[in-house]
Every structure is written in C-alpha cells, then in structure tokens.
Design a protein around this ligand. Structure first.
Ligand code: ATP
Ligand code: MG
Length: 424
C-alpha cells in the first residue's frame, strides 16, 4: 500500500454528520439577512498582500504572523484572505458601490490564518461577514446587534452568549488616549509580558486586551479610554445604548474591548460564550469609517461584523443537537418488476412532494434485510411493493416510528395520501 495523504493541519473536512448544522445555520442566515435588507457579495479568496497590510495594519497579529503569503508565478505577492472586510471594501471601491450611496452587504466563506490549531481555532475557518456603507448614525450599529441577537434566538443558543460593547472614539481622541496610555505604561515596561512590550511601540491599545494575567493586573489603573472620548463619539455611543435598551438587548460596557484590527473607530462589540473555552468570541465587529479612504476610495462611513461559523456550529452541537436522518420515505421492493415499479413511484413522489427525501435501496435482499436498511436510514415511512402490489397497482404504507396499522393505498393516490400524512 502506498502512503496515505492527509489534509493540511488546521484545515478541516466537514463530514456528513456535521453538514446539517452548517446547512441549518446557512439557511437561517440567508433568510435573516434578507429580512434586514442585505444583499450578498462574493469576492475571490486570494488578494494582493498589500491590501491586507494597508487595511488590517502592518503591526497586527494577522499581518505579522498569520497570513498565508506567496509569490504568484509572475512575482506578485499574494495572500489567502485572512478576513473579508478589506476585500469587500476593495471590491466596493473598484465597482463604484460605495461612493455616495448606502450599501448593506454580506458574504460567507473560508478565511485563512496560520495560527496554532486547537478547538475553535483553525487555519482554514469560515466567516459570515456583514458590512454596511454610507450610514453614519448609531441606529445601524444597533441594527447589526439586533440582527445577531435574533440569530442566537433562531438557533436556540441565546442563553449561552453575552454581548460586550465599547466606543473607541474618533482617531484624534484615540491618538490622545494612546499617548496617555504609553506615558502610563512606559515606566512599568519591564513588568509587561513580551508581546505587550513590543506593542507599547506599535499598537499600545492592544495591551489592554492582553490575555497575560500579570499584564491584566498592571493595566487596571491605566487611564480610561472613556475619559478621552470626543463629544460626538460619546453621543453616538449613548444613542446606541439607548436603542439597545429600548429593544431589551442586554450588554456589558467593556472599556478594555479594543479589537485586534487597526481599522475600527467608535462602536466596537463582541458576542462571547463561556462554553468554548478560550475561543469564546463568536461574533465581533464595529465601525470603520476611515477604511474606505485608507484604501483609496472616497471617504465613506462603514459598520459591520464577522462571525466564526465553526464556533457557532460547535455551540449548536452542544446546545441544540439536530436529529439526524437520511430519509423520510424508504422504498422497499421485492423482485425485478416490483423494483422498476417502486422506482417509478419514487420519481412520482419526488415530483409531487419535492420537500420529502425519498430513498430507494433495493440492492437485493429479502424484505427483512430491506426493512433493516429502512430503519437505519431514519425514514418514518416505508413504502412496500411486492409482486401482488405491482399487479394490483397498490402500495403498502408502513409506519416505522409509530404504532399505526399498515395501510394499503392505490398507487395513483399515494402522493395525495402522503401529503395528508405529513400535514397531520
Ligand atoms: P480571536 O481573538 O479568537 O483570535 P480575532 O479577533 O482574531 O479572534 P476576528 O478577526 O475579529 O477574530 O474574526 C471574527 C471572528 O472569526 C472571531 O470572533 C471568531 O469567531 C472567528 N475566528 C477568527 N479566527 C479564527 C480561527 N483561526 N478559527 C476559527 N474561527 C476564527
Ligand atoms: Mg485572532
């Protein structure tokens, strides 16, 4: 035997026992997004490396150490997308979707980051990204949050998640705060963890959400961003809170919530669960009013979020398991002529009742063997055809999960009968 070839570490096959969760989530998401007036956009998986350097930021974890970057055959530096906002803004500018208009867009697909694989953290993972453009007011930030809250309800996982929000203020306010923070941390630099020491020069706000317990303790007394906020940002945040309150959305203001990407301003938020260990953030987003201009477009306000599909699927599996079955109706037929008859009948049912899953599985064998397969398929009804039924143009309806008498139905009536049975 030759050696087996395995998948790349951190890149997962999603197997049939798990795809029902993905399908359920995707179906609910499509419907939900449409109900809030969002339209889908699809971007390539590969972009020029400079796009992410400029948008996400040179000194972020993503660009510094997580990107899959390679030279194209003609020498251009390309990267597998680590996130979708930068590609979405790039596409929006390129196709004139953003200038002087409102857009509500979403996309779903794989993202790539070279991280250490563990539960909830993979090298190929999937995000739903939602981006709005041209709406400066806090009502749209609130609506993004309301939409996600509605999703948790639809998925039956609302009890396991909580919301944290914060305001990062304007760029100017943040710059002022940054100086104050650096002034506070510089004298105690030696006591910070190694990553935070580096960040002091490059991205000091990120020190606030360091996972290092010692660093966390040191920043307790640091200056507070809230004290540096500009008036408009304060008003924006107050209005956001007011709308959330009016809609019964519970939240915690977390002053240390700064997000890992450079492009955010004003509103930032995260939905967090305690059920997935350290990988607890299932959805994160905020406002990024400066990004479009930063990527060469006209200044356009923007607000959005991304959610990690794998983490949400994990929560669904733990909290509201889906009962698996391969079929609703299983055709059982004995003999060559009955088999052909059963296949014709299966086709007629698929035409008449396309939402039903009809499985044929003759593969020889006696009735007993076939009923075993029917049972294993999870079907609730077996339709039985033998020589007699073929001659009489009838079909036996056997209920596999309920104590109900077997019925004998005329083949021309079977679609109507099944319809009545499912409606009950
Ligand atoms: P984390 O702090 O967990 O690394 P992040 O801040 O890097 O998250 P974002 O860039 O905001 O994450 O991405 C949005 C969401 O995408 C995250 O909240 C998470 O649910 C999901 N996500 C991010 N990285 C991964 C990954 N490597 N594997 C699986 N899901 C991920
Ligand atoms: Mg990360």
């Amino acid at each position: 035997m030759s050696q087996k070839i395995q998948a790349i570490r951190g890149m997962n096959d999603i197997l049939p026992q798990r795809t029902p969760y993905w399908q359920k989530l995707e179906a609910i998401l499509r419907q939900l997004l449409a109900s809030y007036g969002f339209n889908e956009i699809r971007m390539p998986i590969v972009e020029k490396t400079t796009l992410f350097k400029r948008a996400v930021g040179e000194v972020t974890d993503i660009v510094e150490k997580e990107m899959y970057t390679f030279d194209d055959r003609n020498g251009d530096s390309l990267s597998l997308r680590p996130e979708g906002t930068a590609p979405c803004v790039r596409a929006g500018i390129e196709h004139g979707l953003l200038y002087n208009q409102e857009q509500r867009l979403w996309y779903m697909g794989p993202m790539f980051r070279h991280e250490r694989p563990q539960k909830g953290r993979y090298r190929q993972f999937h995000q739903l990204g939602v981006e709005t453009f041209g709406i400066a007011t806090p009502d749209v930030d609130a609506e993004l949050i309301l939409m996600t809250a509605r999703l948790w309800n639809a998925l039956d996982i609302a009890d396991t998640v909580r919301l944290e929000i914060n305001s990062l203020g304007s760029n100017e306010a943040r710059a002022e705060y940054r100086d104050a923070l650096v002034a506070f941390l510089t004298p105690i630099k030696d006591q910070l963890d190694e990553d935070s020491q580096k960040r002091l020069a490059t991205n000091p706000l990120r020190i606030l959400d360091s996972k290092n317990p010692n660093t966390q303790e040191l920043v307790v007394d640091a200056p507070k961003l809230a004290d540096y906020l500009d008036t408009e940002s304060k008003e924006h945040f107050a209005r956001l809170c007011q709308i959330l309150d009016a809609n019964g959305i519970e939240y915690q203001v977390n002053q240390k919530l700064v997000r890992g990407l450079d492009y955010y301003n004003r509103t930032v938020f995260e939905w967090i669960t305690d059920k997935l260990g350290a990988q607890g953030t299932i959805c994160a987003g905020g406002r990024y009013d400066g990004l479009t201009e930063q990527l060469g477009g006209h200044a356009t306000t923007a607000s959005g979020f991304a959610m990690g599909i794998e983490r949400i699927v994990s929560l669904m599996e733990d909290t509201s398991p889906i009962e698996m079955s391969d079929a609703d109706i299983f055709m059982v037929a004995l003999g060559d002529i009955a088999e052909i008859n059963a296949m014709q009948l299966a086709e007629a049912i698929r035409t008449g009742l396309p939402s039903l899953r009809v499985r044929t599985n003759f593969g020889g064998g006696n009735f007993k063997k076939q009923f075993k397969r029917a049972d294993k398929s999870g079907a609730s009804i077996a339709l039985v055809i033998g020589e007699q039924e073929t001659n009489d143009k009838t079909v036996g309806v056997k209920f596999l999960r309920e104590h109900k008498e077997q019925l004998m139905v005329s083949q021309s009536e079977i679609v109507n009968q099944l319809q009545k049975i499912i409606e009950k």
